[in-house]
Design a protein around this ligand. Structure first.
Ligand SMILES: [Zn+2]
Length: 131
């Protein structure tokens, strides 16, 4: 459960973490067909392209589902499956969401721990009135 879907730096995912260090949500994009994918996507099932580019997403998302994870030796942390505004689903941590519900508007913010990787948290997007 503790590795459940959350992106880890593994060489292939470096642009995701380099983006997070600059407060940018960087995910996969397929230029030929303009579909977006989660950071761990390897190819495009829509058009068959084998190479996806890294591109900056808006950071806006809605909550799909959530669970409280209990990482070994760590604090329990709410883990969420979110649908990004660009379409792909990805896992991430929630922050400060007191009453999660399906469809809750979220926005990525980035934390920069002294030790470890910068990474996104998803918090409630209180300025979102349009959805
Ligand atoms: Zn494609």
């Amino acid at each position: 459960m503790e590795t459940f879907g959350v992106v880890r730096r593994d060489g292939r995912s470096d642009p995701f973490f380099d983006g997070a260090a600059r407060d940018r949500l960087v995910i996969r994009h397929c230029p030929p067909c303009d579909h977006w994918y989660a950071p761990d996507a390897g190819g495009c099932p829509e058009c068959g392209a084998e190479e996806l580019e890294w591109a900056e997403a808006s950071g806006r998302a809605v909550l799909v589902s959530w669970a409280v994870a209990h990482p070994r030796g760590g604090e329990p942390a709410p883990l969420a499956l979110v649908e990004l505004a660009e379409g792909p689903w990805m896992y991430g941590r929630l922050h400060g969401v007191t009453s999660p519900r399906e469809g809750l508007p979220l926005r990525a913010r980035f934390v920069h721990p002294d030790e470890g990787e910068s990474h996104p948290l998803f918090e409630e997007d209180r300025e979102d009135r349009g959805l």
